[in-house]
Design a protein around this ligand. Structure first.
Ligand SMILES: [Zn+2]
Length: 202
């Protein structure tokens, strides 16, 4: 299956746009989540039965001086909202996805159009890594007592550090040794320069 693309007219248009993408949902599921998928990653195995809604947008987004090209969030609208605001936000989500999904992943459509395939895959996996299953007090995957379904939560980045600090103090002191080891081992999938930003933890 080819990597889906957003509608160019909307992506490059001047009016603000959000559009749900079933294509992207199916592609991401079949590529990264399904057993035997082309780029299956067992790290995401807990998401095989999760409902993930994908959204394109052309709305520019920067946070603390960085361009945001993707975000992952809980499907249920979060934050302090009045009753009507909450109902309205939920209704919008249901209109897009037919239900309130476990997670919503939003992708900057214009960035996607000019990105390489490896960068696109890296961005989707980056967002999927933010979507995780909660753990109980013993470290075992947590399931809801009432529904028996996994309890999903958001997860932050493994590493949050400035290059300059790593340059000055090294990988050990800045706790990025694992990242350095992973980088030194070379890509498992494809060589690509992947520079992306993500809105979750910026
Ligand atoms: Zn992120």
């Amino acid at each position: 299956m080819n990597i889906p693309r957003p509608n160019e007219e909307n992506a490059l248009g001047l009016s603000d746009w959000f559009g749900p993408s079933l294509d992207l949902a199916i592609w991401a599921h079949e590529t990264f989540l399904v057993e035997g998928g082309e780029l299956e990653n067992p790290d995401h195995a807990h998401l095989r039965f999760a409902k993930i809604g994908y959204l394109w947008t052309n709305v520019a987004n920067t946070k603390k001086g960085r361009m945001i090209i993707g975000t992952a969030e809980k499907g249920q609208p979060q934050g302090a909202m009045g009753k009507w605001s909450k109902a309205r936000a939920e209704l919008q989500v249901v209109e897009w996805f037919g239900q309130v999904p476990d997670f919503i992943i939003t992708i900057h459509a214009e960035w996607w159009l000019q990105a390489g395939d490896a960068e696109r895959c890296a961005l989707i996996e980056h967002e999927l890594y933010h979507c995780t299953q909660d753990k109980d007090a013993f470290g075992a995957p947590k399931f809801s007592r009432s529904t028996g379904l996994p309890v999903y939560v958001m997860r932050g980045h493994d590493v949050e550090e400035f290059v300059g600090v790593v340059r000055r103090y090294g990988a050990e002191a800045t706790r990025v040794q694992e990242l350095v080891d992973a980088a030194n081992a070379g890509p498992e999938i494809a060589a690509a320069e992947i520079a992306h930003a993500c809105g979750n933890c910026a």
